[in-house]
Ligand binder design. Structure first.
Ligand SMILES: [Ca+2]
Length: 128
């Protein structure tokens, strides 16, 4: 029993230094900003550190959208900055509804983020 402890420590140290698997999912908006054109046609762009992970589809005319897309990154590290930009799709220039930024930690974590133009973005991520 005692002999397994150094090995366990070695494994834990290796994990701490290695790139970790990162996934962000369960993106939901609530009470997103509306305009004279109607409700937001919202989508989310996802970044982690210097990597662009992609963007969701547009949820047309919906102040409470849910996106089923999941975004993964295999070279994430603890304390990398997750950045979620929420946009309102429009003809011409899209409106910027707000941004959520957070340093990622190990484990599964859910957060709510208040957007500059009103409304909330909810999301969950897993790192490990
Ligand atoms: Ca729009």
């Amino acid at each position: 029993m005692a002999s397994t402890r150094p090995l366990l420590l070695l494994v834990l140290c290796s994990l701490a230094l290695a790139d970790a698997h990162f996934k962000v999912f369960n993106l939901r908006g609530s009470s997103l900003s509306s305009s004279i054109l109607g409700h937001a046609d919202a989508y989310v762009k996802v970044f982690c550190g210097s990597a662009t992970l992609g963007e969701t589809s547009v949820r047309n005319n919906n102040p409470n959208p849910w996106w089923e897309e999941e975004f993964t990154h295999f070279k994430a590290q603890q304390n990398d900055v997750l950045r979620l930009e929420v946009h309102d799709s429009d003809f011409g220039f899209d409106d910027f509804l707000g941004v959520c930024q957070r340093q990622i930690k190990l484990g599964t974590n859910s957060h709510d983020c208040f957007l500059e133009k009103g409304g909330t973005l909810h999301y969950t991520y897993t790192l490990g």
